[in-house]
Design a protein around this ligand. Structure first.
Ligand code: HXC
Length: 518
């Protein structure tokens, strides 16, 4: 081709149009809202110069119906492609709010489907950077069908490749459901909002005044609905968080998570582990301290930190290998299991199981939360989800009972009979049908009714119960746990336990799928 020729000049002209398509004003508007442009986000996510864009020159198929302005921009409001994140292949799409509010029409939808299909075909994670007003109103049912096709591909890919959604502006209407079908959702404070129907519709239908933040801001979704797993101050930090999260995952369900060579000593923190759990069973402590002492230094990456905090979940490294941790948090409601913590734990366990990430359970739980609210809202079916998820998981599963393991909660938290591979207990463990106070109120009811000082007598019975029934040795002697261990040895024991389980393989009888109590 003659580089001075007409054909080449036409090509350069198209490239120029492409470069200025969003115009400095539109990008400035985006910046004024505290948001980055779709391409700036892509640049932050991928290793330098590694991103290869696809379908950059396609244009919108939106018909001009006289309603709303049609942007003729190349790309139809979404940037798609693949590149390297810390050297590993990742697919992504990034919605461009400067083009018709990042709304989703047919061409936009087809582009997203293209990367969904490619990512699944090659077995690489996919990340959606979302900034969208939802279904493109001018395209009507074609937009709706585009969304449904994206949802279908999300579901087809679920459990095969990791899928992450990062909400960096509005995610309105249909824009919320694709993220909801992915594995993890990130949000940026102040600038990102997720809602099925916006404040205007809420006002119209229910006559209620709500702000965007109250309805679907990052903090609401992180603390109350549990929809967002991670929230960050701004977009830059959210994207750094995404990269960190990816470092724990294999690229697909047939691979193992990446191994990191840099490791701590096997027997570190032995003295500190001995004193971390208080002798007094009613005294709270922070289970995150136990986690930090057990794992490789500074590797804990907590998931859903602000939702249902009586259960702590997150990824970490143990001797260089990725693990998932599920731990009751005695600092919050004594570590009780309730509806939200059951849902939180169950979903996390299922993710770990999909992607070959071994699970460590740290147990200190007084039981399920009693009361009308919990019973009426379905603690039975929601608690059953946690049971189901633990039992169904075939990845290596190791439990350490730190202190309380009472009642149904003992069974649920990866007990041996539920399929736990190794179940250890510290000498401080209290394993029984229920806590001492509750138990002696039933067993010694008559003596207590007749006693001159029932409070003192109850204390005495409780101490006796703790010594004779609620201890780890009965469970050990009868094989309900594998071993009572010295807390000082826990890290070493866990490393050896997970190493021994590396080739664990369980064949399941063929079935379409189980029927988890949804
Ligand atoms: C077409 C849209 C659009 C949409 C926004 N725009 N949403 N165009 N279809 N869904 C356009 C606007 O007309 C405007 O165009 C530009 O994008 C920027 O929008 P603004 O409103 O000026 O921006 P802002 O004030 O930041 O508000 C953003 C917003 C608001 C909160 C997202 O635009 C909004 O409420 N949009 C509608 C949200 C919604 O209800 N979507 C449909 C959901 S129904 P100009 O030309 O002025 O720049 C749905 C069904 C799917 O998605 C169900 C599947 C399960």
């Amino acid at each position: 081709m003659d580089i001075k020729g007409k054909i080449y000049k036409d090509f350069l002209h198209r490239m120029d149009r492409f470069k200025i398509q969003n115009g400095p004003d539109k990008i400035k508007n985006q910046h004024n809202k505290g948001k980055l442009h779709a391409r700036e986000r892509i640049a932050l996510l991928f290793d330098k110069d590694s991103f290869e864009e696809l379908d950059a020159f396609v244009t919108s198929a939106t018909p001009d119906t006289g309603f709303g302005k049609i942007d003729e921009a190349f790309g139809d409001g979404v940037v798609i492609g693949h590149g390297r994140v810390n050297g590993r292949l990742v697919y992504a799409y990034s919605q461009d709010f400067t083009v018709m509010g990042g709304s989703l029409g047919t061409v936009h939808a087809k582009k997203i489907m293209k990367v969904q299909e490619l990512a699944l075909r090659v077995g690489a994670p996919i990340i959606g950077l979302i900034d969208s007003g939802g279904a493109r109103i001018q395209e009507g049912v074609a937009s709706l069908s585009g969304y449904a096709s994206i949802f279908h591909r999300n579901i087809q890919a679920s459990g095969i490749i990791p899928q992450i959604s990062v909400i960096l502006g509005p995610a309105a209407g249909g824009a919320v459901y694709s993220p909801a079908l992915t594995d993890f959702i990130f949000m940026a404070k102040n600038t990102s909002h997720m809602f099925v129907t916006g404040p205007d519709v809420v006002k119209e239908v229910l006559n209620e005044e709500v702000t965007f933040d109250e309805l679907g801001g990052a903090e609401i979704h992180a603390k109350k609905s549990g929809v967002a797993n991670f929230i960050y101050e701004d977009e830059e930090n959210a994207i750094i968080g995404v990269k960190k999260l990816l470092s724990f995952f294999p690229s697909n369900n047939l691979e193992n998570p990446p191994f990191i060579e840099k490791r701590d000593k096997k027997d570190k923190n032995t003295d500190k582990l001995i004193s971390v759990v208080p002798d007094d069973p009613n005294k709270p402590y922070d289970v995150k301290k136990v986690i930090e002492l057990l794992i490789d230094k500074d590797t804990f990456f907590e998931v859903s930190e602000h939702f249902a905090p009586s259960l702590v979940i997150g990824f970490a490294r143990l001797n260089g290998k990725a693990i998932g941790i599920v731990a009751n948090q005695p600092k919050v409601l004594a570590g009780v299991l309730d509806i939200n913590s059951s849902l939180k734990g169950a979903r996390f366990i299922r993710f770990c199981d999909c992607f070959n990430i071994p699970i460590l359970t740290l147990e200190d739980v007084p039981g399920f939360l009693p009361g009308l609210d919990q019973e009426h809202n379905g603690i039975i079916k929601h608690g059953a989800k946690l049971l189901f998820a633990y039992s169904e998981a075939t990845v290596p599963k190791v439990t350490v009972i730190l202190r309380k393991a009472y009642g149904g909660a003992f069974c649920v938290m990866n007990s041996k009979n539920l399929g736990g591979d190794y179940n250890f207990a510290w000498p401080t463990a209290e394993i029984a049908v229920m806590g001492p106070e509750g138990a002696v109120s039933i067993l010694n009811k008559r003596e207590l009714q007749k006693a001159e000082d029932p409070i003192q007598l109850k204390k005495e019975f409780a101490t006796k119960y703790r010594q004779e029934i609620a201890n780890p040795y009965i469970a050990d002697e009868n094989g309900y746990i594998d071993e009572v261990i010295d807390p000082a040895d826990t890290r070493k024991k866990l490393i050896t336990a997970f190493e021994s389980l590396e080739n664990k393989h369980i064949e399941q009888p063929s079935r379409k799928h189980g029927n988890i109590p949804l």
